[in-house]
Design a protein around this ligand. Structure first.
Ligand SMILES: Cc1cc2nc3c(=O)[nH]c(=O)nc-3n(C[C@H](O)[C@H](O)[C@H](O)COP(=O)(O)O)c2cc1C
Length: 142
């Protein structure tokens, strides 16, 4: 079994770009949840990423898949990250990342790391340093 997989849902590509950065930093493969690839869940640590849409909703592909795939979180380590807009949606900023963490915990996963919340719309200059620091906490949990 692989050590780490990154699994993301992304509507306009922003979460996808971050997922690729996180995967590179962890020497891991990244999977788009919309591909329906069962192999995505075959790793010790699953790093799950979702942007937030509507008002506090999961990204569409995650919303469509979560009930079908959540059993795969049982017994795994799970970390979650999200992208959102902290200015336009201050009250629902990155809620989807919390939703994924709750779904994983409820399904029997062990959560590792803090929930990483990124705002590439208003604070893009902070993204890379936040990713780098967060990835180190995940490595410590492996
Ligand atoms: C209609 C709409 C609703 C959104 N709702 C939220 C929200 O509730 N919370 C949040 O943090 N960001 C919200 N956003 C911002 C997106 O999550 C943000 O643009 C994100 O970077 C998109 O990532 P993606 O391209 O990977 O889907 C919303 C954006 C739009 C256009």
């Amino acid at each position: 079994m692989d050590k780490v997989h990154v699994i993301y849902g992304s509507t306009t590509g922003m979460t996808e770009a971050v997922a690729e950065k996180i995967a590179k930093a962890l020497d891991a493969q990244a999977f788009n949840i919309n591909a329906g690839d069962a192999a995505a869940f075959d790793a010790e640590l699953l790093v799950l990423g979702s942007s937030t849409w509507g008002v506090g909703d999961l990204q569409d592909d995650w919303a469509a898949q979560i009930d079908a795939v959540k059993a795969n979180f049982a017994g795994k380590k799970v970390a979650t990250f999200g992208l959102g807009d902290s200015v336009g949606f201050a009250d629902s900023f990155c809620v989807a990342a919390e939703t994924l963490a709750t779904a994983a915990k409820d399904a029997g996963a062990t959560l590792v790391g803090e929930v990483l919340k990124l705002d590439d719309t208003n604070e893009a200059d902070q993204t890379d340093s936040k990713i780098a620091a967060w990835v180190e906490t995940l490595k410590a949990a492996l």
